[in-house]
Design a binder for this molecule. Structure first.
Ligand SMILES: Nc1ncnc2c1ncn2[C@@H]1O[C@H](COP(=O)(O)OP(=O)(O)O)[C@@H](O)[C@H]1O
Ligand SMILES: [Mg+2]
Length: 245
């Protein structure tokens, strides 16, 4: 669904990412994991053309991601931004429907879709007309998810969607989110720095360090077949809740 071929991204003459190559298969959940600053968010932004690569090429569904194609691609890829990124001056409903209204979608189609998404994400209907600051952290994340799913995208990118939540809310949302991913059977690329969470969600895990891929495989590969000493240290430092056999 996505491919990066020899992609690199440089900020202030320092390589933030790559060069690296990666294929993201359709219909699966791929989790990007690694320490803070290793390039996870940069990689997500490259996938939908919010950053242009300095070398190499990015493809979505066989089409090269360029400034000319990025707009159309972004309509097919939902993006849950790190830290939520909701517009504070818009209600939950306003945030969720912004793009659909901009595209001139019929009012009753939008209304029906909002209700469907509120049910899917278990967001209370009476919360739809509240502003982000009037919602709990977990509810704001549900709004971010509804917004990303509004146009029924082919793929969903999530940047540390549960990072800012307290442990109980986080565990509850993890379980719900995994059910939602399974029900939708979409291509999901999710960023986390938590190996337990990666193990919980991932069909494939991609471990990054200093902008490079250190290991790519199943969660069990990471836990039991570490590619190098960094992976071993990373795994041991995390003692996640789910150790696969
Ligand atoms: N817009 C930007 N301008 C300059 N440097 C950036 C920018 N975005 C990210 N970086 C740098 O690129 C590196 C990777 O950042 P990021 O992708 O945000 O990491 P992660 O999401 O894994 O924490 C970091 O060193 C960060 O400081
Ligand atoms: Mg980040």
């Amino acid at each position: 669904m996505f491919a990066l071929n020899d992609v690199s991204k440089v900020f202030a003459r320092r390589a933030a990412l790559g060069p690296l190559s990666l294929n993201v298969p359709a219909g699966q959940t791929t989790v990007l994991i690694g320490p803070s600053g290793c390039g996870k968010s940069t990689l997500l932004r490259l996938l939908i053309g919010l950053f242009a690569p300095d070398t190499g090429a990015v493809y979505f569904d066989g089409e090269r991601v360029t400034p000319a194609t990025a707009r159309a691609i972004r309509l097919r890829v939902g993006y849950v931004i790190q830290d939520g990124g909701l517009f504070p001056h818009l209600t939950a409903r306003g945030n969720v429907t912004l793009m659909a209204r901009h595209l001139g979608r019929p009012r009753d189609t939008i209304e029906a879709r909002v209700n469907e998404l509120a049910e899917l994400t278990r967001f209370p209907l009476d919360g739809l007309d509240r502003y982000p600051h009037q919602l709990s952290g977990g509810q704001r994340q549900r709004v971010g998810l509804m917004r990303a799913l509004m146009l029924n995208p082919d793929a969903l990118l999530l940047d540390e969607p549960l990072g800012a939540l307290d442990p109980l809310v986080r565990a509850e949302l993890q379980a719900e989110l995994r059910d939602i991913f399974r029900a939708l059977a979409k291509t999901v690329v999710m960023v986390t720095h938590d190996l337990g969470e990666a193990t919980f969600f991932a069909d494939r895990v991609v471990l990054l360090r200093d902008g490079r891929i250190v290991q790519e495989g199943s969660p069990a590969d990471l836990w039991h077949r570490a590619a190098d000493p960094f992976v071993t240290r990373f795994v041991q430092a995390q003692r996640g809740p789910e150790v696969p056999a």
